[in-house]
Structure formats: C-alpha cells, structure tokens
Design a protein around this ligand. Structure first.
Ligand code: FAD
Length: 383
C-alpha cells in the first residue's frame, strides 16, 4: 500500500521519527487502546513521560528542552500516533501545539523556563481553554472575563470541551479584558478553578475532555501571557494544531484501510475472498487514492511550513480535505468489514467515530469551507 511511495520523499531523520512513533504505538498503545476507548479512559499521567522521553511533546518547538524538529517530522509523528488512536494524537497536539506553543510564542522568559522543560519531558500536562458552552466557532464573543484588581487578575467564566482539562497542571485560558482577549496561565489547584469531565461521548473516548469552571480565580499579573494580544493569539496556536491534524487524519484513515484490505483478503463469501469482488476492489482503490492524495497534500503543506511560507488558508485546505478523506475511508472500510465493522474487535469503528470529533474541533468543516470561500472570492461569509 502507498502506491505513490510518498514516504520515499522523507529524510532519514523523518523516517527515524516515523519508526520510533510506530514502535511506541505498537508496543504501548495498540494492545490497550480498544479497552481504554470502551472504558472511556486515557492514562495521560502514565503516558506523558514516555511520550516526553521519545521527544514527541512540543517536538517542533526549539529551546527550553524541546527537540526543535522540522514540520514534516512533527507531521509524520502525528500520523503515526493517530494511526493508533485520534485520542493519543489529540493529547500530543494539545500539549505541544496548543498549550506549549502558546507559552513558547507568547510567554515571558520566566513562564517559558517554568513550564516548557517540564512539559516537554511530560512531567507537567497542559490544556488550552478557548471554547465556551455558548461560543465555539465564534470565540470573539466569549464571555470569560479577566478583570484587574490591584496587581492581580480575577477570572470568571467557563470553558467547554477542553482536552486534557482535568489532568492538566496548567491551563492556558483565554479571556476578555478591557484590553481585548488575553491569555492566562492558570495552575491546577488555583482557588475557584475546577475541571469536570464530560462523559457519554461516543467519539474520542480514549481522551480526557472536560469543562473548566472559573469562579473569582485570582492570579498574579505574571500569569498573563505578555505577548498575546487579541484573538490572533489563540488562532495562531490553532493553526499549529490544525497542521498536526492534516497529517494525523491520514494515520486514522490508513489504519482503517489496512484493516479493510486484510479483512477483504481473508473473509470469504460466495466461495471466494470478498477482495475478489469488483465492488470491494473499487472501495479499496478509492481508499488508496484518497490517502495517497492526502499524503501529498500533507507533505506539500509541511515543506511549505518548513521554509516559513505556509498560509493559514493552506492549513485549512489540508485540515478540511484530509479529515474528510479519512472519514470517507473509515466509513467505506466499515462496510467492507460487514457486521464485524461495528465492533471494537477491529479498529475501524473506533477511528470512524473519533474522526467525527476531528472533523469538528480546531475549526469545523463548515468554518474551514468558509475560510476557503473567502480566499477564493474575497468575500467573508461568516456573518
Ligand atoms: P458551533 O460553533 O455551535 O457550531 C455548530 C454548527 O454550526 C457546526 O456545524 C458549525 O460549523 C456551524 N456553524 C457555526 N457558525 C457557522 C457559520 N458562520 N456558517 C456556517 N456554519 C456555521 N476547544 C478548546 O478550546 N480546547 C480543546 O482542547 C478542545 N477539545 C475538544 C475535544 C473534543 C472531543 C471536541 C468535540 C471539541 C473540542 N473543542 C476544544 C471544541 C471545538 O473546538 C468546538 O467544538 C468547535 O470549535 C465547534 O464549536 P461548537 O461545538 O460550539 O459548535
């Protein structure tokens, strides 16, 4: 599989990252992930130091204990992690591309020294609180407020659907101030700050998702990220995380494709393997094409990012196209497995339902369509 041999274009270093991540997921994730999914748990505390020791946390950031890997190496790691489960890739994305990247881009020297080395090592976990119960696609209307009181800031509000929320040692919380939207580092245990897990999810079950509540949470002025002003702060972090999804989605799609090829070769009906039927081959060929195209898009966007030329619109293109492609592959693979396609004995339905969240978070399918629509027509159609 991989008829286009996209991976032949990777450097030796990128292939090493790929193989390291593959080995880790084969040994540490694959044997357990269906059980975690079924139980609705994710052993974040246990896995974080292991991911850190492999250099997978904040791997594309430089300094402060971060590996400083290239964009494609980071993308390849996301692809391999998501081939195990989108929940694992989400953990790594939120830690590296959202929480650490916010501190790395916008933090003071003191904040960077305090948090980044521990987060890179997986000794401290971060989360990123932007979405609110009433404001998802439209964060500009957020209600969470931070008010000055003497030299402190006092935060009030709530954040919803926050990955890693209840396991985080530090929450990057975005709040409205008299000076526009600003970011704050709220440590676990701050008085008035609590996190409650969201249950009953049928997607990304092997991932911690929480609601954050902030009730008169007092933090010192040194808790504000000094360099983030306005929504551009959180939006630039989201663009980093979306880039990881451009690659990650391919991993989830590939896992479904591989399961379908294997199943089609061994399952017999009407006296021959179902792989011998033209309709099955048509499905497999469509999967190969979709994933080959997605791989080329990811590699192209990654190489542009490495030379500092990538635009947010190109990342939107990749996120929208590749998640859609992976979801189509997953749904088609599900049909190849027949009734077995609906059980957790096979990875397909787990990936398929996970991808429903991936389609929605970091900008919904509709919002990225509007980003492209604006790029094409010059007309903004959001409101
Ligand atoms: P809404 O914004 O209410 O949208 C509902 C529907 O309306 C969507 O189809 C949307 O596309 C459509 N819509 C909205 N506006 C328009 C428009 N102008 N034109 C056309 N259609 C429109 N957030 C964080 O801050 N941090 C996290 O760590 C995080 N983790 C998440 C983990 C999971 C498992 C999930 C499911 C979500 C997570 N999110 C997180 C939240 C996620 O980013 C939001 O769910 C997403 O931005 C969409 O917001 P919403 O759910 O409020 O949907």
């Amino acid at each position: 599989m991989d008829l286009l041999r996209v991976d032949d274009r990777l450097t030796d270093e990128e292939r090493l990252v790929r193989d390291t991540a593959r080995r880790f997921t084969a040994e540490r994730i694959a044997p357990h992930v269906a059980d975690w999914f079924e139980a609705g748990t994710f052993p974040a505390r246990e896995l974080a130091p292991e991911l850190g020791s492999l250099g997978l946390l904040g791997m594309h950031l430089s300094g402060y204990g971060c590996p400083g890997a290239g964009a494609v190496a980071y993308g390849v790691a996301c692809r391999e992690l998501e081939a195990a489960d989108s929940g694992l890739r989400s953990f790594v994305s939120v830690q590296g591309s959202l929480a650490m990247s916010a501190i790395h881009k916008f933090g003071s020297e003191e904040q960077k020294r305090e948090w980044l080395p521990r987060m890179a090592a997986g000794e401290a976990i971060g989360c990123f609180g932007l979405t609110e119960p009433d404001h998802g696609s439209d964060p500009a209307n957020m209600r969470t407020r931070a008010k000055r009181e003497g030299s402190d800031w006092v935060l009030n509000g709530s954040k919803m659907w926050i990955t890693n929320g209840s396991v985080a040692d530090v929450a990057v919380v975005w709040a409205r101030t008299d000076d526009g939207v600003r970011g704050f580092l709220v440590p676990r245990g701050a008085r008035g700050f609590s996190a409650r897990d969201i249950h009953k999810k049928l997607s990304l079950r092997a991932s911690v998702t929480s609601e954050l509540s902030l009730s008169d949470v007092r933090v010192p002025s040194s808790a504000m990220l000094p360099e983030a002003r306005g929504l551009r702060g959180p939006l630039s972090c989201l663009s980093e995380a979306r880039y990881g999804i451009v690659w990650g989605a391919i991993g989830a799609g590939r896992a479904c494709y591989e399961a379908a090829v294997e199943y089609a070769g061994s399952r017999e009906q009407f006296g021959k393997p179902i792989a011998a039927f033209q309709l099955t081959q048509q499905k497999l060929a469509a999967m190969e094409i979709a994933l080959g195209q997605a791989g080329l898009v990811a590699l192209h966007v990654g190489r542009l990012k490495e030379v500092g030329e990538v635009t947010p619109q190109q990342v939107s293109f990749g996120k929208l196209a590749n998640v859609r492609a992976a979801l189509d592959v997953a749904r088609s693979a599900r049909t190849v497995l027949g009734a077995n396609g609906v059980t957790l004995e096979y990875p397909v339905i787990r990936h398929m339902t996970n991808l429903e969240s991936v389609l929605t978070y970091e900008g919904t399918e509709e919002i990225h369509t509007l980003v492209l629509g604006e790029a094409i027509t010059g007309i903004s159609a959001y409101r």
